[in-house]
Design a protein around this ligand. Structure first.
Ligand code: ADP
Length: 410
């Protein structure tokens, strides 16, 4: 079945440069929104460090790797433009062939429920939200400022990881702490990976041939970071990541759900500072923490194959928690029509998918092992009540489509 991205901007003909700016890297894709196709993609890594490198691939497979001194985000984007313009590896003849630039921004706080055109006002709010995402928003802002410097005439839009979840009801986003602290410091569940949850839920609806407004969908984005969402009638009504991307599922290196007292206890026992505790929970926990082996699911699976018991228990914690969230979100929505797996693990690990689904037959979830190992899109048994779907995510396409829609309406 052809997968359709059910978006109003479906036929807008634009070429959008999509940027995902991290602290020392920038990922990019140059997308034709009419064809829904990446004309080129690449990454600049080690920005500001010795031996920075730009890896660029054109749609026809032509590729190049350039090692250079790339001191900051502005220089990095200048390099990206230079390679996009180059005779041997390029895809444009002039900078003006880039109709607009779309940026991934991690945290929109409570201010944004959708993607927006970049303005001075928006920049002000992004700066205010830095406190909520101190590691992510500053490099995102650097990317926007760099484009403003290099291509001042080009329209820019920002697409937030948090926006899709902003319609959650208070019962899902409030923590059990004094309400004043929510008001004073904006401490609440925000949720992340929103662009991916939104995309795969829309694709799921189109695969099932039903309006999304008639469906209850549970989406599981399982990559290095992992989160789930309960998407009821097209609206995210709950999600597993919280105030930060640390809450919820077990992840490659992040702990996910934990009794907050454990953190205080460890800090006392091990004499850890606040920031050391943060590093412990974000970088040394999750799959790597339990297994002592790897944060990478492929390596966990092969260690299990070699009889590694800690790898097996890490895998069990990982899949058990996903299963619990399926139950929780089915309860939250009063039913489930489709369970969607996406992200590097969700798309590729048939073992994770079958382990999660095994035992959920009472909910109407019945996975067909043949379809599962053959990596089909529809994985459920013929006639089963719930559709189990494997849908490759495409956050860059969503960013390009949103950007095209906003800019074309100006
Ligand atoms: P990110 O969150 O950084 O975008 P990805 O979505 O690419 O990451 O997911 C990375 C994860 O996907 C890693 O744990 C990796 O081991 C896992 N993965 C990729 N391919 C497979 C596979 N064939 N089997 C199991 N896990 C896989």
């Amino acid at each position: 079945m052809a997968i359709q991205f059910d978006n109003e901007s479906e036929n807008i003909n634009m070429k959008v440069l999509v940027l995902n700016s991290g602290s020392s890297s920038i990922k990019y894709q140059f997308i034709d929104t009419e064809q829904k196709f990446a004309l080129a993609k690449g990454i600049v890594e080690r920005i500001g460090m010795s031996g920075a490198v730009l890896s660029h691939t054109r749609h026809d497979g032509n590729n190049v790797r350039i090692v250079a001194e790339i001191l900051d985000h502005t220089m990095a984007i200048e390099y990206v433009l230079a390679v996009m313009l180059s005779k041997n590896h390029g895809v444009i003849e002039d900078k003006s062939d880039i109709d607009a630039v779309g940026h991934r921004v991690v945290h929109g706080g409570e201010s944004f429920s959708g993607s927006v055109l970049m303005t001075d006002e928006v920049m002000k709010v992004l700066q205010e939200n830095i406190e909520l995402a101190p590691l992510h928003n500053p490099p995102n802002i650097k990317g926007i400022q760099a484009v403003t410097r290099i291509m001042p005439e080009t329209k820019q839009c920002v697409v937030f990881d948090t926006a899709f979840h902003i319609k959650m009801p208070p019962r899902a986003y409030l923590y059990g702490i004094p309400y004043e602290l929510y008001k004073r410091h904006k401490i609440r569940r925000y949720g992340f990976h929103g662009t991916s949850h939104r995309y795969v839920s829309e694709i799921a609806a189109s695969m099932l041939g039903k309006p999304i407004t008639e469906l209850k969908i549970i989406t599981a984005h399982l990559g290095n970071g992992c989160s789930m969402a309960a998407v009821d009638k097209g609206i995210s009504v709950d999600t597993s990541m919280g105030f930060t991307p640390l809450e919820g599922l077990l992840m490659g290196t992040r702990a996910g759900d934990i009794d907050p007292s454990v953190i205080l206890y460890i800090m006392g026992k091990e004499g850890l500072s606040l920031s050391e505790a943060g590093v412990l929970l974000n970088k040394h926990s999750g799959l790597i923490g339990i297994s002592g082996e790897s944060s990478d699911m492929r390596e966990i699976e092969s260690a299990i194959g070699e009889g590694n018991k800690r790898a097996k228990v890490a895998f069990d914690v990982f899949t058990y928690r996903i299963k619990k969230y399926v139950g929780a979100y089915a309860a939250a929505m009063g039913g489930i029509d489709a369970l969607v797996f996406t992200g590097g693990i969700g798309e590729n690990s048939s073992l994770v998918r079958s382990t999660v689904c095994n035992g959920l037959e009472f909910l109407g979830i019945e996975i067909d092992e043949k379809k599962n190992t053959a990596k089909q899109n529809e994985l459920s048994k013929e006639g089963s009540k719930v559709h189990v779907l494997r849908i490759p995510t495409n956050e860059e396409l969503v960013i390009a489509m949103d950007t095209a829609e906003i800019v074309s309406a100006l």
